[in-house]
Design a protein around this ligand. Structure first.
Ligand code: FEO
Length: 673
């Protein structure tokens, strides 16, 4: 039975998932499977964009026949001759003997190499820039040599602005019923497999990818159809951003990929101690045992992280085999522009450090940030300092000290002096106008967010800079300190109170603030933003952190910004006046008599002796006299942010913070309840 999906009315996905393939290309484990995408264009002429792997030939041919609906197949367009897309070409051409082939000259050569049958009489050659009309659609061709083989060609549908990208923008993983990028939480669930796919399959050819990305930049693209993974119909720029990083060998994050090869655990022990020291210094570490984790995963994170540490034991007067294989793999994938450190181990003649350096050094733009650390069998007590020094050196690069301006020394001196006691009226600060924003970040795949009213542009120019101030007790502040990046979603006047409650009146320490939301949008940095009730989002990278006692000030570069709507921004004053619910006065309680039988209430201090309940006809003996308890009003303070009432007879302590929203004493006003 066929299993197809519409990309649009006249373009049908006729591909298939393969979940039984153990190793893609015989080497890359695909535990989540893989999809082979093929697309059928139903115009005046019918055109099939590539075929599928032979493993799924049965469903593929059924899909093609169903999608054709009895029409003949006019053309097979071949983008790439690797057999995961080309293995069934011969069978297809036998089944559809009238079909002609659209391909370039290199494809034609490979067709003759892969198949014994001679298809040359059926081939219509195309080249860069040629235009081919299928009726309503006009196709043009973009050569993409070495993305991933030399014959690779992309096709651009000028009519509907669809780019067929061959292997580019693919991902490992079966589609599992989904077809479009917006049918999955791509950046949370699929990005790591897209990265592993790119880095291992195409990673070596960064300059060729950059070349084709430049050509694609001139095209207006509405839809992207790759040969593996999801069809992109929205937010493609976010994925493209990753390709620009990967293909230029630019780290995605300032972090450490620590790979070790250890036979009896002593090298592993040193690696664990270093990882601990790095994490204690606020550095994110991604760590692998090269004997356990397949190299493709480690290669993928080596492309992701800015700093690489390799630790390995000496073996056969060289380096342990799994580390040697990994380093060969990294070199083969053309990894470059990384900071590297090496730890070697050897009980009598340690040589692994030199071998590792010799394998790493030829990679382009590699900087060794420290001398090799040499273990003799195990880390000696007096060597812990060497690991500390290495951790310090890496942390100093990844988490540099806040930028100090020329005026800072004088300012610091002034700040350290005793504050001058002037009259500071807190009300003056309420005269500022503030916007209201949702601040979000992401650490280790978990999302965090809170409400702030402190975001503002600090500098124009390129890159633009913003500042935010976050209460230290707020969990999001800790998480931004870890991730070094955040998003600001600017709220609009139509934002409902529930949104403020979700992000402002509970703590991310014990609650998933995103539980139950239906939106999944993220910016290119992988951080969520709020797509509804907002008019803009800014993605930011922290460049400076300032401790402000109860709060922390982050200065950040804006790396991405987009306008989401024309709705007016919500100000802090608007929130208080129009969004935050007003408290209803408690109903006045009166002295009364309540019928125990039916609940009828007689209001009054005295109930006549001959009174009969008008509902159940019972007499006075069945009534209970209710006298309201007059409660003495309690003095205290109410939080103007979230409404929390804190009983208090005198003054709130200076360091008091709201247990709900974490705002400080300045945001409380006297109240009774
Ligand atoms: Fe998906 Fe290069 O083949």
């Amino acid at each position: 039975m066929h299993c197809t999906r519409k990309v649009q009315d006249d373009l049908i996905w006729v591909g298939a998932d393969d979940r039984r393939l153990p190793f893609f290309e015989g080497v890359y484990g695909v535990p989540d499977g893989v999809s082979y995408n093929s697309y059928l264009l139903l115009d005046e002429k019918t055109v099939l964009f590539d075929t599928c792997d032979k493993a799924v030939y049965e469903i593929f041919f059924e899909n093609v026949a169903y999608a054709l609906g009895g029409r003949k197949l006019d053309y097979l367009l071949i983008s790439h001759m690797e057999p995961d897309h080309a293995a069934t070409i011969e069978s297809l051409l036998l089944r559809y003997p009238e079909a002609r082939i659209l391909c370039n000259a290199k494809v034609k050569t490979m067709l003759a190499q892969f198949f014994a049958a001679d298809f040359s009489a059926r081939i219509d050659l195309v080249k860069e820039g040629d235009v081919f009309s299928t009726g309503r659609h006009e196709l043009t061709f973009v050569m993409a040599p070495m993305v991933h083989w030399p014959e690779v060609m992309m096709t651009y549908d000028k009519t509907d602005k669809i780019l067929f990208t061959a292997d580019a923008f693919g991902t490992f993983g079966a589609l599992n019923g989904r077809l479009f990028n917006d049918e999955t939480d791509f950046f949370a669930e699929n990005l790591s497999e897209a990265r592993r796919y790119y880095t291992n399959i195409v990673g070596k050819y960064g300059s060729q990818v950059q070349a084709v990305l430049k050509k694609a930049a001139a095209l207006e693209i509405a839809t992207v159809c790759p040969l593996h993974g999801f069809v992109w119909r929205s937010h493609f720029g976010d994925f493209l951003e990753k390709y620009l990083l990967w293909s230029s060998y630019t780290p995605e994050e300032q972090s450490v990929m620590l790979a070790y090869a250890s036979v009896y655990g002593h090298t592993e022990n040193a690696a664990n101690i270093l990882a601990t020291k790095l994490v204690e210094r606020g550095v994110r570490v991604r760590m692998y045992d090269t004997s356990v984790t397949p190299a493709s995963y480690i290669v993928s994170d080596a492309f992701r992280c800015s700093h690489l540490v390799f630790a390995a034991t000496t073996y056969n007067a060289g380096v342990f085999v799994t580390m040697e294989n990994l380093l060969h793999d990294l070199a083969a994938h053309n990894l470059q522009k990384r900071k590297v450190a090496v730890i070697e181990n050897g009980s009598w003649a340690p040589t692994s450090g030199k071998v590792m350096r010799d394998l790493i050094a030829p990679m382009k733009n590699i900087e060794f940030i420290a001398d090799n650390i040499t273990l003799k069998s195990a880390l000696a007590a007096d060597q812990e300092g060497a690991l500390d020094a290495l951790a310090d050196a890496i942390a100093a690069e990844i988490n540099p000290a806040p930028v100090v301006s020329a005026a800072a020394p004088a300012a610091a001196e002034a700040a350290s002096a005793a504050p001058v006691a002037l009259d500071v009226d807190g009300g003056a600060f309420h005269k500022f106008t503030y916007g209201v924003e949702v601040l979000t970040t992401c650490v280790d795949g978990k999302d965090y967010g809170c409400i702030i009213n402190s975001a503002g542009q600090a500098a124009s120019g390129d890159p633009k800079k913003v500042t935010i101030s976050v209460i230290k007790k707020n969990h999001t502040a800790d998480m931004i300190a870890k991730s070094g990046k955040f998003n600001i979603s600017i709220l609009t006047e139509d934002a409902p109170f529930d949104l403020f409650k979700r992000f402002g009146f509970q703590s991310g320490r014990d609650t998933d603030k995103f539980a139950g939301v239906t939106w999944t949008e993220r910016t290119a940095n992988g951080i969520r933003y709020i797509p509804e009730y907002t008019n803009a989002v800014l993605a930011c990278e922290v460049i400076s952190v300032q401790d402000l006692d109860a709060s922390v000030l982050f200065v950040a570069n804006v790396v991405e910004a987009k306008v989401l709507s024309k709705a007016p921004s919500c100000t802090y004053a608007y929130y208080h006046a129009h969004i935050k619910p007003k408290k209803n006065p408690a109903p006045e309680q009166k002295e009364s008599w309540v019928c125990r039988v039916c609940g009828y209430v007689y209001e009054g201090a005295e109930l006549p002796d001959d009174f009969v309940c008008p509902l159940c006809k019972h007499g006075k003996e069945d009534f209970e006299h209710v006298v309201p308890v007059t409660k003495k009003k309690q003095k205290g303070y109410v939080c103007t942010i979230c409404g929390h009432f804190e009983p208090c007879d005198g003054e709130l302590p200076a360091d008091y913070t709201c247990p709900l929203c974490k705002h400080g004493r300045d945001d409380f006003e006297p109240a009774e309840q």
